[in-house]
Each structure stands twice: as structure tokens, then as C-alpha cells.
Ligand binder design. Structure first.
Ligand code: CTP
Ligand SMILES: C[C@](O)(CO)[C@H](O)COP(=O)(O)O
Length: 245
């Protein structure tokens, strides 16, 4: 009898946080008494359908394993790579080769830097993307007018052209795809030398279109230092300094 596909979280957490600019990688920044990483992992564990969460840290990371040593549903993999795509592919290939995950199981790839994922958004993604042949991702429609910039030799950035925002969306995570399909798509993109900044772009190269599922501003990615304060405020953990509630 065919067993139903399981759902697994895969959290790429091997980045250095260069744009964040702190002494430690941003996934270890404090956010209301927990690290950003713990909150991002807990967000995936909030849905009982998520069978296990694999956290992929840098090979020389000495903090990650101790954070989750008492969390049975979390397994830390020191398989981080040069870029985010390498981290994700390293983990997928390990999990498939060692049968931690089977080919048609669903993998939800979620940035360690997105601690604001809510139970509601996660459930919406799982409910909707499970019914879509290509899987899917959380995303937000672009609300602002889009400008393509030009940068002068002096470093001045000016508006070169205005790009239509019609049907434009900003990708978030989790991005949910079948394990083997995603692994093959990522491997092929890397072989072709393609730039891959998210999983959906690799799946698209297979000629299938992942479902766009409405995300939320609270699920923003912490990239610059100020983003941590925005997320703290969005999660009602602490108002921005000097700002009335
Ligand atoms: N080689 C890498 C690079 C990034 N990531 C992870 O991918 C997510 C999104 O990447 P990004 O926001 O770019 O994080 P960093 O690469 O750490 O940031 P920066 O580019 O500023 O160094 C983060 O959870 C990060 O830890 C990863 O696992 N492996
Ligand atoms: C995956 C992602 O969060 C979707 O918007 C984004 O592409 C990650 O980019 P980063 O430069 O690796 O943070």
C-alpha cells in the first residue's frame, strides 16, 4: 500500500549575515529571548503535519547543535555550502541518499532569517500547495511602483526605468516541493551555471509553475540590521525605540 507523503522542514542556516553586519551570524541574534533561528524552526514545528525539521548549518558552526539537542523533531546537519543553493542541495542529497526523506515527500525550505512565519501562513501554504502538482511558495504581491536603477561611476543610484508591477510578486519562504524533484532541479541549475536564489526558480526550469500562496509582511526576511527591529515590532515583542505603540 502506498504510504502518504510526509512533510519535512529544511532550514538553510549556514549564512554569514554579511549585510546584517553583526559579530555573529544574524540567525543567532536575540529576538525576545530566543534566537532568530529558534523562532524560525519553531514556526515550522507549530504545524503537527511537519514530521521533522532539518537545520543545515555551516560545517564549522559550534552553536547550532546545542540549540536543538533537546528537540527530538529537529536534526542538525553541518552541510552548509558556499551559497544558499549549495546548502539546500547538500542537505537534500544527504537526506535522500540516507533515506531520511523519500522522493515524493514534501520538503518545506524556510529561511532561518524569517522568524515571523505564523501558524496560519504555514497552514495556508501546506493546504494549498499540497494540491498543486508543482508545489508552491509563500509570496506577496508587489504594492509599490517598481524602479530599475542605474548606478553612476560615483555610486549615485538613480531611477533608470519604471517596471510594471502588474502580476509581480515578492517570494518568501517556506517554499514547498517534492524532495527528489527539487534536488534534481537544483543540481541541474548548478550544472548549467544558473544563478539560483530560491527553490521555485529551479522548479520553474523544469517547465512547471509553483503555486503562489499569499504570504504576509510579518514573514519578512531579516537582511539588514534594522530588519531585526522591524520584525521585533511586527511580532509585538518590543516597540521600535521611541515609537509609541
Ligand atoms: N551559504 C549560505 C548562505 C545563506 N544561507 C541561508 O539562507 C538564508 C537566506 O540567506 P541570506 O538572507 O542571504 O543570509 P546570509 O547569506 O547570511 O546574508 P548575507 O548575504 O548578508 O551574508 C539564511 O537563513 C542563511 O542562513 C545558507 O544556509 N547558506
Ligand atoms: C529565498 C528568498 O528568501 C526568497 O525571497 C531569497 O531569495 C533569499 O535571498 P538571500 O539573498 O539568500 O537572502
Amino acid at each position: 500500500m502506498a504510504t502518504s507523503a510526509k512533510y519535512y522542514g529544511l532550514v538553510p542556516a549556514a549564512g554569514q549575515g554579511k549585510r546584517f553586519g553583526a559579530d555573529a551570524p544574524k540567525q543567532y541574534a536575540d529576538l525576545g529571548g530566543l534566537t532568530v533561528l529558534e523562532r524560525s524552526v519553531n514556526a515550522l514545528l507549530a504545524d503537527d503535519r511537519v514530521h521533522k525539521v532539518f537545520v543545515v548549518c555551516a560545517p564549522d558552526d559550534t552553536r547550532c547543535a546545542s540549540l536543538f539537542e533537546s528537540v527530538p523533531k529537529v536534526k542538525v546537519l553541518p552541510l552548509g555550502g558556499r551559497e544558499r543553493v549549495n546548502t539546500v542541495l547538500n542537505a537534500l542529497q544527504y537526506l535522500l541518499e540516507n533515506m531520511w526523506v523519500f522522493e515524493t515527500d514534501w520538503v518545506l525550505v524556510h529561511d532561518a532569517a524569517r522568524p515571523g512565519l505564523t501558524r496560519h501562513l504555514l497552514a495556508r501554504l501546506i493546504d494549498q500547495a499540497s494540491e498543486h502538482v508543482a508545489g508552491g511558495l509563500l509570496a506577496l504581491p508587489v504594492a509599490d511602483t517598481l524602479k530599475k536603477a542605474s548606478v553612476s561611476e560615483e555610486g549615485d543610484t538613480s531611477s533608470q526605468t519604471t517596471v510594471s508591477r502588474t502580476n509581480m510578486w515578492c517570494a518568501q519562504t517556506p517554499q514547498m516541493f517534492r524532495a527528489q524533484a527539487l534536488s534534481l532541479a537544483l543540481a541541474e541549475c548548478l550544472y548549467q551555471g544558473a544563478e539560483v536564489t530560491d527553490e521555485a526558480s529551479a522548479i520553474e526550469t523544469m517547465g512547471i509553475s509553483p503555486l503562489l500562496v499569499m504570504g504576509g509582511l510579518e514573514n519578512m526576511k531579516i537582511t539588514q540590521a534594522q530588519d531585526l527591529e522591524y520584525v521585533r515590532c511586527l511580532l509585538n515583542l518590543q516597540p521600535l525605540d521611541g515609537e509609541a505603540n
